[in-house]
Design a protein around this ligand. Structure first.
Ligand SMILES: Nc1ncnc2c1ncn2[C@@H]1O[C@H](COP(=O)(O)OP(=O)(O)OP(=O)(O)O)[C@@H](O)[C@H]1O
Ligand SMILES: [Mg+2]
Length: 434
């Protein structure tokens, strides 16, 4: 029996006849049904990323904290915390919920917040504890996320980034669980629950966009530096021509035009990054998918050159426009292109070819396909790769495809993968025409 069907049976058992829907959901969450798999998974993810950390998630149930996920903490400690009341000095976790803000205790042995809990934590060798509240999209605290260490320690920027990602993911997971309960309620509440989920997803998409931009930083710097270097060289040349006994005005004029073009090029790249980095509400408008593709290509050009990949854009003429959120669709194309590049890096015995093809699809819609000649995907994994946290990369989060699929589905489209012949993969999405 699979874990999922197991849990459904358990869930039914957990729904007592008298409990309110919220009560039942809280009960389910408190008992850690299904969600506990997810929360344990989130903790393990953090533990893989950060050597020496022990991660845990406690769920808020009224004014008490309940076990959520803690795959590696000693069981006696986890059991002792289950049911702790929240309050101004209740260890880091209760305080984090009480204050609704992050609480960093670098050394449990000396911090006054831990006065009452030192005896509990120290015998297990727990010395540092960083707590971050997990918020619902309406700002309420849902849970807390904890990172424990066996030596005194303060968070690094990388640790903070991991915390930001994990707390968002946990928020989505917990809210989805809550929303499942609300589904059984009125249409109005269902709508609100859906909106909350969409907001959480948009937030998550934003965080992962920032991560991708971070990975692309060197490439983007190159994209901006190149036109700037050309501008400086052209300006120097122009000064020389002007200084000549007979100034070469025609050449200066041409060079000034080139300077203006390069200036626009650098400004364009910056504008695109700003679009991706700025936190904006999803906004649907009529747009041309080829422009979305070009936006992304401008950001990855240096990356493509660095790995000696040949890139071809193959766009069918007069494609219909689509209705969509430009930034979100850029994120999808960016994820697919980054994956294609990453799949080709290990390939050394054949050309690395990236083709982005856009064409008509079904009645009035479009399809964009990203072809690569990379390592490819086994037939049995063609669908699994879209699952959250599925990754085969040491530094991967396994979120790119799962977020991309939810974006495309929110646009009434489809995203799927097929093998490329003779090598590599094709990831493609279709969208209805505007
Ligand atoms: N073009 C591709 N060729 C081969 N395998 C791929 C390709 N695209 C995705 N995959 C596989 O699917 C997995 C999941 O991809 P996904 O983009 O969701 O996560 P990731 O790239 O591992 O991490 P990140 O969250 O940083 O994007 C990858 O780890 C890889 O194994
Ligand atoms: Mg990826």
């Amino acid at each position: 029996m699979t874990a999922a069907s197991d849990s459904t049976a358990e869930e039914r058992d957990a729904q007592g006849p008298h409990a309110s829907p919220e009560g039942r959901i809280f009960e389910m969450i408190a008992k850690g049904i299904v969600l506990s798999h997810i929360l344990d998974g989130l903790c393990r993810l953090v533990e893989e990323r950060t050597p020496g950390v022990l991660a845990s998630i406690l769920l808020l149930d009224g004014d008490r904290l309940r076990h959520g996920g803690a795959p590696s903490l000693p069981k006696a400690y986890v059991d002792a915390l289950d049911g702790t009341a929240i309050g101004p000095t209740a260890g880091s976790w209760g305080t984090a919920v009480y204050r609704a803000q992050e609480v960093i205790v670098a050394d449990v042995a000396t911090d006054p917040l831990w006065a009452d809990y030192r005896e509990l934590a120290m015998p297990h060798g727990l010395r540092a504890c960083w707590l971050t509240p997990i918020f619902a999209s309406d700002g309420a605290v849902l849970a807390t996320f904890a990172m424990y260490f066996r030596e005194p320690r303060c968070p690094s920027p990388r640790d903070q980034q991991i915390v930001a990602q994990i707390t968002l993911l946990a928020s989505v997971a917990i809210q989805r669980k809550l929303d499942e309960g609300k589904l059984r309620e009125s249409e109005d509440q269902r709508k609100r629950a859906e909106e909350a989920l969409h907001r959480a997803q948009a937030e998550l998409a934003h965080v992962t966009r920032l991560t991708t931009l971070g990975q692309l930083a060197a490439s983007i710097a190159h994209e901006v530096n190149q036109p700037l270097a050309a501008i400086v060289a052209d300006a120097n040349a122009s000064l020389n021509w002007l200084a000549a006994a007979e100034p070469e005005l025609e050449r200066v004029r041409e060079t000034l035009a080139a300077i203006a073009t390069d200036g626009h090029r650098a400004a364009d790249v910056i504008q695109r990054i700003r679009q991706l980095a700025t936190k904006t509400e999803p906004r649907k408008a009529r747009l041309d998918v080829d422009e979305v593709v070009r936006d992304v290509v401008a950001l990855v050009r240096a990356e493509v050159a660095r790995y000696e990949i040949t890139l071809a854009l193959d766009s069918a003429p007069s494609l219909p426009s689509v209705v969509g959120d430009r930034v979100q669709l850029q994120q999808v194309v960016l994820n697919l292109v980054m994956n294609a590049i990453e799949a080709m890096v290990p390939v050394t015995d054949r050309p690395r070819k990236l083709v982005i093809r856009s064409e008509r699809h079904d009645d009035g819609g479009i399809r964009v396909a990203v072809h690569d000649t990379g390592v490819g995907i086994r037939a049995s994994e063609l669908d699994r790769v879209f699952g959250a946290f599925f990754t085969t990369k040491p530094g991967g989060m396994g979120m790119g495809l799962s977020i991309s699929r939810s974006i495309i589905e929110a646009h009434d489209g489809r995203l799927w993968a097929v093998p490329n012949a003779p090598h590599g993969a094709i990831f493609q999405f279709s969208l209805p025409g505007a």
